[in-house]
Design a protein around this ligand. Structure first.
Ligand code: ZN
Length: 307
């Protein structure tokens, strides 16, 4: 967390130190058509904004430098704080809300004036806890120029925040490997969800078998039911998996064949145990690992030999 904050702050300091960004030319000179549209939309009938000697409403200042919807998406132009915004997005601070906007006007603008504008980052403060979520306040300043004369300025502050997600809606990344659930295995996975380790039992001869199958290998009966295992086991055999990479698993990890006192063997990962401490004959107990919001996998953790 501190590392992330340091990273974000370093980017912010760099953006502040970069000072004023490049000057961007406004797409159109100050003109009576846009002034007329604006005053009509706002219901502003002040006569100084109409007629041959009209001036532009000062509060329109941002309108002159707006790029419009059809701007070139491949444009190279970046503002000094865009790297900071990208990093905030990447770190999960995707929410945005404007908190402050202050205009300063140095003089009225007349039709025909060609404007440019440039941006400089002022500062970044955070992380702060807010009602919306934890976030950083980013402040920047835009200056508009007519020629080289500054004619207006705007201080703009917004909050980039990590939206608070209600706990029940918090979705984890889906675990990439899903078990094959079918009519033969569904009882097993339903059991895992319920915190039970189930073993298939033949409805004919009563033999237990794992992995589950449609027909009893001993008596050929297709009738089947299940029992709930105690959850105890011992490591019958194991491998330490280094390669190839397995999605969602950090190698090396241990995959074991675990012998159950009920008489069947199951394959599963050994967890909560340093790899070098795993041994054949190690007593283990089943543990249920939530891999994502839907999938739980049974794995095996060591238990003290006395237990
Ligand atoms: Zn049978």
């Amino acid at each position: 967390m501190t590392e992330l904050r340091d990273h974000l702050m370093a980017l912010a300091d760099k953006a502040v130190a970069a000072g004023e960004g490049p000057r961007q030319a406004a797409p159109h000179p100050v003109n009576d058509v846009m002034i007329s549209h604006w005053t009509e939309a706002m219901g502003d009938r002040n006569p100084v904004y109409a007629g041959p000697d009209a001036v532009a409403p000062p509060v329109m200042i941002q309108v002159w430098s707006m790029e419009g919807l059809s701007r070139d998406p491949a444009r190279e132009f970046r503002r000094p704080m865009d790297d900071v915004f990208d990093a905030l997005d990447e770190a999960g601070y995707k929410g945005v809300v404007a908190t402050n906007c202050e205009h300063t006007y140095h003089r009225y603008l007349s039709t025909g004036e060609e404007l440019t504008s440039s941006t400089r980052m002022v500062d970044m403060v955070g992380p702060k806890r807010t009602a919306l979520g934890e976030g950083y306040f980013v402040t920047w300043n835009v200056t508009w120029f007519s020629g080289d004369e500054p004619v207006a300025e705007m201080m703009f502050r917004l909050l980039k925040f990590q939206p608070v997600v209600p706990a029940e809606k918090a979705k984890r990344e889906p675990y990439p490997l899903r078990p094959a659930v079918n009519d033969d295995t569904r009882f097993f996975w339903d059991g895992v969800q319920a915190g039970e380790l189930r073993i298939q039992r033949c409805g004919g001869c009563g033999e237990l078998r794992h992995p589950p199958g449609p027909v009893c290998p001993s008596c050929r009966s297709a009738e089947r039911t299940h029992i709930v295992a105690s959850g105890a086991g011992t490591v019958y055999s194991y491998v330490v998996h280094h390669h190839p990479p397995v999605p969602g698993q950090e190698p090396p990890f241990v995959v074991a064949v675990v012998e159950l006192p009920e008489g069947v063997r199951m394959v599963g990962n050994i967890v909560q145990c340093p790899i070098e401490e795993v041994y054949v004959g190690m007593p283990v107990r089943v543990t249920y690992q939530e891999m994502d919001d839907e999938l739980t996998l049974p794995m095996w953790a060591p238990i003290p030999e006395e237990a």
